[in-house]
Design a protein around this ligand. Structure first.
Ligand code: F6P
Ligand code: MN
Length: 323
């Protein structure tokens, strides 16, 4: 089965990229394979349930949030090419004390963690930036998404997959039973048109007018202004929703809403919005805050800042923008 498939290690070795970046990608992939094992172990390895702690986002941490954060943090800090890491689960950035460190890794170690106790998909998201210094502080991490040199996610679903871009298209690898990442999805592209959308409609009353108008049009189906019927999906794990869009098109919307007017959305720019936006753009889709402004051009001002997200099939994002 594996003999004729490209191994991720061989793909990384063949990249026209500095050795340091290759070693960072290798560590990310190896750690995601280990995380997949822990996630799959679930109750058998005592990995389900709450940790009893609250993170910097004011969210209750699951045990697996803490376990996977430790796994990624330890593995990356031990990689000599890493200058520092930042995580959804940690208040502050963590410098690595590697004298030759030249990359920063920013991650959501377990995206969609409310899914873990119900055995639904979860994932890991990682953004990789160059570091101007081997001793970075928070300001060194606050680069726009355009500066990313790689973006990766792993989705732990019926199959464990790792989806990767280094700025030259998007490839998907599936974890084999003997622990190897094998190329199964070459040159992933997002169809420009779609009849599928993803939004948490329970927040409808809190949305701004244009979002209300867009959804109204979509829900009227073939009889309404859009002239076609739509279908809805919501996995409640951004990784899994974006993965579906990379596989068969669609749009994913987490707009600003007025529940907490001073927070411009739910999702985090640095380790959710940016890496997913790079993957979506590299696959030919659009990734915006409002249908127009590219997420990758948002100048970050805070490590854990939030942004509204509208990404996916290009023509449907345009329809969202003009609603
Ligand atoms: O990381 C935040 C997140 O869990 C995303 O993965 C997901 O898309 C979203 O929140 C789910 O939000 P809600 O609780 O509104 O369904
Ligand atoms: Mn997340």
């Amino acid at each position: 089965m594996s003999a004729d498939r490209l191994r991720l290690d061989d793909h990384i070795a063949a990249l026209e990229a500095p050795q340091g970046l290759k070693s960072v990608l290798t560590v990310i992939a190896a750690t995601c394979a280990q995380i997949s094992d822990v996630v799959a172990g679930g109750a058998l390895v005592g990995a389900l349930g709450a940790s009893g702690q609250i993170n910097v986002q004011d969210e209750e941490q699951k045990k697996l949030d803490v376990i996977t954060d430790d796994m990624l943090t330890q593995a990356l800090l031990a990689c000599p090419a890493i200058a520092g890491v930042a995580s959804e689960e940690k208040d502050q950035v963590e410098p690595a004390s590697n004298p030759a460190g030249e990359y920063l890794a920013l991650f959501d170690p377990l995206d969609g963690s409310s899914n873990i106790d119900i055995n639904a998909p979860v994932g890991t998201i990682v953004s990789v930036l160059k570091s101007a210094t081997p001793t970075p502080v928070e300001a060194d991490f606050l680069q726009t998404g355009r500066h990313q040199v790689a973006a990766v996610y792993a989705v732990y679903g019926p199959q464990t997959m790792l989806v990767l871009t280094t700025g030259d298209g998007v490839k998907g690898f599936t974890l084999s039973n003997d622990g190897q990442w094998l190329l199964t999805h070459d040159d992933i592209t997002i169809s420009p048109d779609t009849k599928e959308f993803a939004i948490n409609v329970s927040n409808q009353r809190h949305w701004a007018e244009p979002v209300q108008r867009y959804l109204d049009g979509v829900l009227q189906g073939a009889e309404g202004p859009r002239g076609k019927n739509f279908n809805m999906r919501w996995v409640a794990a951004m990784v899994a929703d974006v993965h579906r869009i990379l596989m068969r098109g669609g749009v994913f919307l987490y707009p600003w809403d007025k529940r907490e007017p001073n927070k411009p959305g739910k999702l985090r720019l640095m380790y959710e919005g940016n890496p997913m936006a790079l993957l979506v753009e590299q696959a030919g889709g659009k990734a915006t805050t409002d249908g127009v402004q590219p997420i990758l051009d948002v100048q970050p001002t805070q490590l854990h800042q939030r942004i509204p997200v509208a990404l996916g099939s290009a023509n449907e994002i345009d329809a969202f923008a003009s609603a």
